[in-house]
Design a protein around this ligand. Structure first.
Ligand SMILES: C[C@@](O)(CCO)CC(=O)[O-]
Length: 303
């Protein structure tokens, strides 16, 4: 029988390695603790289970959500509950922006199911279920998003293994929501097509090198060179055609207002921009300039 259970998981921002991680399997990603999703599972009378989420305007029987939310449908119907239930989601992670909303939702769901149904799944089993849900959502998923939303430190993801980087960089990261929906599934498939050609492969190799450089520069706390690496990564992501004119505009704005370097983060085609700032004051200046330039929201993280 199902008992009431609640679980919360936070969002993430990829520092570098989006797309190349699908092939090369290395990337760096940052958990964002202030952005999170909570799921509450409650037993209800009757035979029909429901899902409710105010921020995506969803209030429907779970049996009807497969086409739009294949990962959630899979998780919420995979285990025999012998009891109708309501799954209620509360989230402040904007969806389809590369901030890990889908990964956090998948992971919170399996964590809550694990409690509600006393499944006794290990941590690895829970992340495997969440990764499968992500594959259903996005086509092919590297596992990076799930690996980051269940951690509380900077993650260096290397072929499914996570190395944690405790050291801080001593800088600030401005995260700006472009207001344009990203589309990870489409972006991943666009890059996959290009990866068939030698030029596409060369772009992925370039990104892989930039991931390596980022890790080394972070450890040396060389924020100036790291900014240059961010800009280089953005150039490659643009060549791979996963940027967007509004993202390009926000990056330009951040860079002329004192950012050391900026790039898109996540699948792209919309979503968020991340921008490196030397100190909190510059971060505030960049954040204000980005809002004036049309960013829907901004967050500042000390890194
Ligand atoms: C674009 C991508 O690299 C990141 C999406 O947040 C896809 C993935 O890692 O599965």
């Amino acid at each position: 029988m199902l008992k009431s259970a609640t679980a919360t998981t936070h969002g993430k921002a990829i520092l570098i390695g989006e797309h190349s991680v699908v092939y090369d399997k290395t990337a760096l990603a940052l958990p964002i603790q202030n952005l999170n999703v909570t799921v509450r599972l409650t037993p209800i009378n009757g035979n029909t289970s429901y899902i409710k989420s105010a921020n995506i305007n969803l209030d429907a029987p779970i049996s009807t959500i497969e086409a739009k939310h294949p990962g959630l449908f899979y998780l919420l119907t995979h285990f025999e509950s012998h009891q109708a239930f309501e799954a209620t989601y509360i989230s402040n992670i904007p969806t389809e922006r590369g901030l890990g909303s889908s990964a956090a939702t998948s992971l919170a769901t399996i964590k809550a199911l694990n409690d509600a149904l006393a499944l006794e799944l290990s941590f690895d089993e829970q992340t495997a279920y969440a990764n499968h849900a992500e594959e259903l959502n996005h086509g092919s998923a590297s596992g990076l998003d799930i690996a980051t939303v269940c951690r509380d430190r900077l993650v260096y993801f290397d072929h499914g293994h996570c190395e944690f980087i405790n050291q801080t960089l001593g800088a600030h990261l401005v995260i700006a929501d472009s207001g344009v929906l990203g589309n990870t599934k489409k972006a991943v498939s666009l890059v996959k097509q290009q990866y068939q050609s030698s030029i596409g492969k060369a772009y992925i190799d370039d990104l892989t090198q930039l991931v390596k450089q980022t890790k080394a520069l972070w450890q040396k706390q060389d924020i100036k060179k790291l900014g240059i690496v961010f800009n280089k990564a953005q150039t490659v992501l643009s060549q791979l055609q996963v940027s967007h004119p509004i993202i390009d505009q926000l990056i330009h704005t951040a860079n002329v207002h004192g950012s050391l370097g900026s790039k898109l983060s996540g699948g792209g085609l919309g979503g968020i921009v991340i921008s490196l700032a030397e100190n909190g004051q510059t971060a505030e200046k960049i954040s204000q300039a980005l809002r004036l330039a049309g960013a829907k929201n901004t967050w500042i993280e000390e890194i």
